[in-house]
Ligand binder design. Structure first.
Ligand SMILES: [Zn+2]
Length: 287
């Protein structure tokens, strides 16, 4: 694996480390002295005393190699099988909350589950159309079993694992429940590295849209009566609903550039929605 890694990652620094590493584990002397224990490193070469940042970088590189070996409980080492929504989150053997690495692609490399936010909340299809009520119900069910209060006094590691898991579940929910955050997250899952930057670029390259937004902002500032306020909000709601529907189509048809443009527009109309909320109290509107 090390040689393959060095071949595929031609960074001089890494290559030197890998070569030294390979030498240290494959010298004839070592094979002789450790005939039954496989490759055991008895001394650490000076080039391997790296700053932590480089160690992390290398470990990330290595983790990129797919080694399917299932998910095991960090505490009792029991293999965890995937069947229900809690299987990878709570060990059925010892009852410990599990550690997961969110943001991955759902695989189980190196014994840890790496779900996307969708997978973490048991949503099979990574699409823009999600049932937010259903998500909220899932989160309530999961938090009933995984809430940190349930693990208080059960050991530091259990407490930390439950806290991490609980906050990840909340983060997954807040991301997927918000149409804009969900859209940005979906862009990320489809390989867009900087969704926010790309969205801003889309906006600045559309002068007519900027003009439209300016006009709407001016109209908003001039709102004086409840009737006008309600009319403006109704229009804004309609636009946002239409944009969400368009975004769903764009993602379904995998039209990523189109999705970016729609999301950019959604962001602006969503800002208008926030401004409308502020104005509501100023105009003493009660709903
Ligand atoms: Zn366990």
């Amino acid at each position: 694996m090390l040689k393959t890694y060095a071949k595929n990652n031609p960074t001089p620094c890494h290559q030197q480390i890998i070569r030294s590493f390979s030498r240290s584990i494959s010298s004839p002397k070592e094979r002789k002295t450790q005939p039954h224990k496989g490759h055991v490193i008895t001394s650490v070469p000076s080039c391997l005393t790296l700053p932590m940042s480089q160690v992390i970088m290398i470990s990330k590189c290595f983790s990129g190699k797919p080694v399917e070996n299932g998910v095991h409980c960090w505490k009792c080492k029991q293999k965890l099988e995937s069947g229900s929504e809690l299987d990878y989150l709570l060990c059925s053997g010892c009852g410990s909350p599990q550690r997961v690495v969110v943001g991955g692609d759902g695989d189980t490399r190196r014994g840890v589950w790496r779900p996307s936010f969708y997978e973490l909340l048991g949503v099979k299809e990574q699409s823009f159309a999600v049932d937010v009520d259903e998500l909220a119900a899932t989160v309530r069910r999961l938090q009933k079993k995984l809430h940190p209060d349930l693990f208080a006094g059960k050991g530091k590691e259990e407490e930390e694992a439950s806290q991490e898991l609980s906050s990840l579940i909340n983060k997954a929910f807040s991301t997927l429940a918000s149409p804009i955050d969900r859209g940005r997250y979906l862009l990320q899952l489809r390989g867009v590295k900087d969704p926010l930057g790309d969205i801003e670029k889309e906006i600045t390259s559309e002068p007519t849209f900027l003009e439209e937004v300016m006009t709407l902002n001016e109209r908003l500032e001039e709102l004086e009566s409840e009737k006008d306020w309600r009319h403006f909000r109704e229009e804004n709601d309609k636009v946002l609903t239409q944009l969400q529907s368009d975004l769903n189509v764009a993602f379904t048809e995998n039209k990523i550039d189109e999705a970016k443009i729609i999301l950019a527009r959604m962001k602006y109309f969503d800002t208008l929605q926030s401004k409308l909320k502020e104005l509501k109290s100023k105009l003493n509107i009660v709903e």
